[in-house]
Ligand binder design. Structure first.
Ligand code: ATP
Length: 262
C-alpha cells in the first residue's frame, strides 16, 4: 500500500523548522510539525483529506513552550509541549473567549535520550522566540511581544472573600497553571483581612517585584493603590506596574480599565 500523502508544505522561505513527531497520547499517530514566523502548523500524517487533519495555531496566542524527558528512564523519547489561548466560540454561544489548547509531541527519532531532549529544547526555544517576535497594537502603535516588559517576579494578591470565593477558585483552576505555562514566577499572597494589603504595600520592599497583580473586585486594588500612595517614596512606588484580574462580583474597575486601555 502507498504510505500517507506528503504534507502540503508552506512556502519554504516561511518554514523555520520542520519535524515529524508522534502525539503524546497516541504514539502511532504521526504528524508533521511546521514552525513558520507566525504559526505552528500541525498536520496529521494520514491518508484522509488534508483539511480535516491540519491545525494552524497562531504564535500570537502562544503563552509558553517547554521540553522535558518522561518519567520512564528506559524511554529514550523527549517531549515538547506548547500552550495556546486562541479566541474561540463556545458551544451554543455567539460570544468568543480565549480557550486553552495544549499541543504535545513525542520526539523519539534518535537512540540517545540526550539528543532527543536537545532537539525538543531547540523546538521549544524557537517557538518561544518566535512568539516573542509577534506584534500587538498598543496605544495606536505596533509593539513586539518581547517589548512589553514581561514581569519575571510578580506578587499576586488574592482576596479569598472576593466574589463569594470566586477569586481563589479562579486562581487555583486557571491562573496558577497559566503562569506556570508562561514561565512567570510569582508569589501568592492571600489577604487575611481588610487593610492587610494596604499595610503590606506601605512597608514592602518594592525592588523585589516587577509587577503587582491584584485578583479581586474593586476593593483590593483600591487598597493596594492607597498603600503605595501612603509611602514616603510614593512617587516612585506608584510607578510599579499593576495588573488586575477580575475576581469580584462587579469588577467595574477592571472592566473600565480594560475598556479604556483597549
Ligand atoms: N480575607 C479577607 N476577609 C475579609 N475581607 C477581606 C479579606 N481580604 C480582603 N478583604 C476586604 O474585602 C473588601 C472587598 O473586596 P473586593 O472588592 O475585592 O471583592 P468584592 O466586594 O467581592 O468585589 P466587587 O467590588 O467586584 O463587588 C476589600 O476592601 C478588602 O479590604
Amino acid at each position: 500500500l502507498p504510505g500517507p500523502p506528503p504534507p502540503k508544505l508552506e512556502p519554504t522561505s516561511l518554514v523555520k523548522l520542520y519535524g515529524e513527531f508522534t502525539g503524546t497520547s497516541n504514539r502511532k499517530g504521526r504528524c508533521a510539525v511546521i514552525l513558520t514566523e507566525k504559526d505552528l502548523v500541525v498536520q496529521r500524517l494520514t491518508s484522509a483529506p488534508v483539511g480535516r487533519n491540519k491545525v494552524v495555531l497562531s504564535l500570537k496566542d502562544c503563552v509558553g513552550c517547554r521540553a522535558y524527558r518522561g518519567n520512564d528512564s528506559a524511554d529514550t523519547a523527549a517531549y515538547l509541549v506548547a500552550y495556546f489561548y486562541p479566541l474561540k466560540r463556545r458551544w451554543m454561544s455567539s460570544r468568543v473567549s480565549r480557550q486553552r489548547v495544549e499541543q504535545g509531541f513525542r520526539l523519539a527519532s534518535l537512540q540517545d535520550p540526550q539528543a532527543n531532549l536537545e532537539e525538543a529544547e531547540k523546538w521549544a526555544r524557537a517557538v518561544r522566540e518566535r512568539s516573542a517576535r509577534q506584534q500587538f497594537p498598543r496605544n495606536g502603535e505596533w509593539v513586539l511581544m518581547s517589548q512589553m516588559s514581561r514581569p519575571c517576579q510578580m506578587m499576586l494578591l488574592v482576596n479569598p472573600q472576593s466574589g463569594k470565593g470566586q477569586a481563589l477558585t479562579l486562581y487555583n483552576n486557571h491562573i496558577q497553571r497559566m503562569l506556570n505555562e508562561a514561565g512567570i514566577k510569582h508569589t501568592l499572597v492571600i489577604t487575611e483581612r481588610q487593610n492587610h494589603a494596604r499595610e503590606m504595600l506601605k512597608e514592602a520592599d518594592l525592588s523585589q517585584w516587577d509587577a503587582l497583580v491584584i485578583m479581586s473586585g474593586d476593593g483590593l486594588l483600591y487598597e493596594v493603590i492607597n498603600g503605595l500612595l501612603e509611602r514616603p517614596d510614593w512617587e516612585e512606588a506608584i510607578r510599579t506596574p499593576l495588573g488586575i484580574l477580575p475576581g469580584g462580583s462587579g469588577n467595574a474597575l477592571a472592566a473600565s480599565i480594560h475598556h479604556y486601555s483597549g
